[in-house]
Design a protein around this ligand. Structure first.
Ligand code: PLP
Length: 401
């Protein structure tokens, strides 16, 4: 049933604008084409390949589990799942973890958990979810309602109710929106798709105070910014808040689909048997990979190394901003979720394509931002190579204006 490549390519539903390149192999921070061309990967499959490609630890975890047992369903106990649940809860200073397969699904579960908790606590009127301007929470119908991008919703209505948006980083606007019918405030401590925007200093603390006053929960969407990407296990740990619910996905399996919702004990307990479920969620294969990812993150000295290399990338982007004031308006984001906002006459998508021609992979984001999402294992030398590519690229954009 083979056919020419162009014919088979058309069999894929055209939901993505794809670059005309494909890869057959990956190792560390590099992706290789069939022709053997090497691309330096500062995209990490959108923050998924947190230890790069074919990391021995993950290959070992995956293949040894694959030879034992892949899937049993949640009809039975799953020791790998229990272990990962416990470890994640310890890291988040929370108690219960629910597993699913993606970020959208995990955020959706977080909203269900928050509403159910309010309902069970005698507050069935608390249904509203306050979200931030520029937020991205996924593509299910409810998460489209939570996401702040009208274009994503076009033609998909009606949307589920109860989601409202306030400008990200504006505490007055947030407080104005608080009322007795709010179930939760849902926030990305560092927005990814929204343009690599870190919560301003003090914002999360103010948000927590507002949540506390109105009995609302805090859902931290750490799908992109979590798991070491900002130099701490969770990005909210750069503030002093304690979220009630923490949501993970992307990097959690290092490339194997897995999402997680971590909640406080009383919140998790509002979800009794039968209240929610996922066939694949937390199966032995994905949770074996999740445990291997945590092993790597917890390794002595690993996070200190990440912080050191983050400081090198910080230096790179600030040098670039100084050198190309005519191209870069602003450096944004945090750690290895770094953004550079470009002047309006330079299109982020075109810069991304030009860098790809130079065999450096990056990701555009909203607000005409180019985003750098290297694996956490990126080396000092690879950071220097990326800088050289960015300089070549910006030089040619400068020259052509
Ligand atoms: C990618 C992302 C999601 C959605 O994850 P999927 O796995 O694509 O469903 C949700 N929230 C944030 C912050 C993300 O970056």
């Amino acid at each position: 049933m083979g056919a020419p490549d162009e014919i088979m390519r058309k069999a894929v539903m055209p939901t993505y604008g794809r670059a005309p390149v494909s890869f057959v192999r990956g190792a560390g921070s590099w992706l290789y084409t069939a022709e053997g061309d090497a691309y330096l990967d500062f995209a990490s499959g959108i923050a998924v390949n947190i230890f790069g490609h074919s990391h021995p630890r993950l290959v070992e975890a995956l293949t040894s589990q694959a030879g034992q047992l892949w899937h049993t369903s949640n009809l039975y106990q799953i020791p790998q799942q229990e272990k990962l649940a416990y470890r994640l809860a310890q890291h988040a200073k929370l108690d219960h973890t629910f597993f699913c397969n993606s970020g959208a699904e995990a955020n959706e579960a977080a909203v269900k958990v928050a509403r159910r908790f309010q309902y069970r606590s005698g507050h069935p009127e608390r249904i509203k979810i306050i979200c931030a301007g520029g937020a991205f929470h996924g593509r299910t119908l409810a998460m489209l309602a939570a996401t702040d991008k009208e274009l994503f919703r076009e033609g998909f209505g009606p949307m589920p109710e109860g989601f409202v948006h306030v400008p990200f980083g504006n505490l007055n606007a947030l407080r104005d929106m608080m009322s007795d019918d709010v179930a939760a405030i849902m926030v990305e401590p560092v927005q990814g798709e929204g343009g690599a925007r870190a919560a301003p200093e003090g914002y999360l603390d103010g948000l927590a105070a507002a949540a506390e006053e109105f009995g609302a929960l805090i859902i931290a969407d750490e799908v992109q910014c979590g798991l070491g990407r900002t130099g701490k296990m969770f990005a909210y740990q750069h503030s002093s808040i304690q979220p009630d619910v923490v949501v993970l996905a992307k990097g959690l399996g290092g490339g194997i689909p897995i999402g997680a919702v971590i909640a406080r004990a009383d919140i998790g307990e509002a979800m009794g048997p039968g209240s929610h479920g996922s066939t694949f969620g937390g199966n032995p294969l994905s949770t074996a990979c999740g445990n291997a990812v945590l092993d790597g993150l917890e390794e002595e000295g690993f996070m200190a190394g990440v912080r050191h290399r983050i400081s090198l990338l910080d230096d790179v982007v600030s040098r670039l901003k100084t050198r190309y004031p005519d191209i870069i308006i602003e450096v944004r984001g945090a750690g290895f979720l770094r953004g550079m906002r470009l002047h309006d006459d330079i299109v982020a998508g075109e810069v991304t394509a030009a860098l790809r021609e130079q065999q450096l992979l990056i990701v555009p984001a909203a607000d005409n931002v180019i985003r750098l999402l290297p694996p956490l294992t990126i080396t000092e030398d690879e950071i220097a190579q990326a800088e050289a590519h960015l300089i070549t690229c910006f030089d040619s954009f400068s020259a052509s204006r």
